[in-house]
Design a protein around this ligand. Structure first.
Ligand code: UDP
Length: 370
């Protein structure tokens, strides 16, 4: 009699979770020993759907946990109750979640209460400040306490976990699955891009909660000054749907001929835009990991980061949100070829694109023993 397959559930809430868990879902589906059910919490429905489609994933269940004007407690509670109900019916051998959102916190907690083993993908990222980023740092610290397998992307993340007393036998350094996702997309052909033929461009993203308000206004005013001072360059800015983001962006950047304000891009489009960009301005976590693998300098629009590896190798630089600092740092990269080259050739500290297979191999060995 062949052994029945182990049942794994992968829970996805937001865009970065979809991007970073898609390669893991594909690797589980290709395995002979496990089956996979994808559950969406509904946290970022509009941004997640295209990724599910682009990676060809099948969704088993959608919790539809988002309601207008929910507090963080309300959304976390709805996801907790929804996941708990699903686990009660499905009774998987293990559950996987990723990162630092309400979805991963509630999922790890639901697993803990039901005594179901939980695997945390991208474990061990820390700023060291429990309120920064808010609430992500606390989400990941709490998730760690409820995790059975910690899949750390780097040695730095592993060390963070060891400092919190996590058993080294439960930590595996795998690389970041975002590099797997990037490779997957860049192996396909390039989709139509919103960039203008023959024009160099800077790619911009900015939507972190802690930057909303004056920090984002500062970022937008810096981009305005840069765009006006560099008519030879386009500034392509996919604008996050958050109304607070749209307000600041429209106030400063609407109607400037070389600032292209566009809707959030499908993941393949965004990857090819990163590949084509001269440089990138971003407060996103994923972009700090992807761009070094493409040899693109990132100026990080934050004062701290839980991705210090890229700063340490010189592929990214923290510039914060003060207009003078942003403008100065961009001018250096545009005018000083040696500075640009140093960042562009620093290399990627986030893995080789085989993280998902490592994760699935560890789960295979561990679950075979249980
Ligand atoms: N991204 C995308 N389309 C866009 C902007 C970003 O697909 O228009 C991707 C990007 O490549 C990265 C991820 O979305 O992998 C980052 O998401 P976000 O900034 O929302 O979250 P964070 O990475 O900060 O957690």
């Amino acid at each position: 009699m062949p052994h029945p397959k182990k049942k794994l559930i992968v829970v996805i809430g937001t865009r970065p979770e979809a991007i970073k868990l898609a390669p893991v879902v594909l690797a589980i589906e290709q395995s002979e020993w496990a089956s996979c059910e994808v559950v969406l919490t509904g946290q970022h429905r509009d941004l997640v759907d295209p990724i599910i489609r682009d990676f060809g994933l099948t969704v088993a269940h959608d919790l539809q946990a988002m309601q207008p004007n929910q507090s963080l407690s309300q959304v976390t509670a709805r996801i907790l109750a929804g996941i708990d109900g699903f686990l009660g019916q499905s009774m998987p051998d293990a559950v996987l979640g990723q990162g630092d959102t309400a979805s991963v916190l509630a999922t790890s907690m639901a697993c803990f209460f039901r005594n179901i083993a939980f695997a945390h993908v991208e474990a061990g990222l820390r700023t060291g400040n429990l309120r920064l980023p808010f609430p992500e740092e606390m989400n990941r610290v709490l998730t760690t306490r409820m995790t059975d397998w910690h899949f750390a992307p780097t040695d730095v993340a592993r060390t963070n976990l060891l400092h919190e007393g996590i058993d080294p036998a439960t930590i595996w350094v795998t690389g970041n699955t975002v590099i797997d996702a990037l490779h997957h997309v860049l192996l396909q052909s390039c989709p139509p891009l919103p960039s203008r033929p023959g024009r160099d461009f800077v790619l911009v993203t900015a939507h972190r909660r802690e930057n909303l308000g004056s920090a984002l206004e500062n970022v937008c005013s810096a981009i305005k000054t840069l765009a006006q001072g560099h008519p030879e360059l386009d500034f392509i800015f996919p604008v996050h749907p958050n109304p607070g983001v749209r307000l600041a962006v429209n106030k400063h950047l609407l109607g400037i001929a070389n600032v292209l304000l566009i809707e959030p891009c499908d993941y393949p489009v965004f990857c090819w835009l990163m590949k084509g960009a001269r440089l990138i301005l971003s407060d996103s976590g994923g972009v700090q990991e992807e761009a070094p693998a493409l040899g693109k300098p990132v100026l990080v629009l934050r004062d701290e980061t839980e991705r210090p590896e890229a700063v340490a190798v010189g592929a990214t630089r923290l510039v914060g949100t003060e207009p003078g600092n942003i403008i100065g740092a961009v001018q250096v990269l545009l005018s000083d070829a040696a500075s640009y080259e140093r960042m562009a050739t620093a290399g990627s500290p986030y893995g080789d694109g085989h993280a998902a297979q490592r994760i699935v191999d560890v789960l295979h060995r561990s679950l075979a023993r249980r």
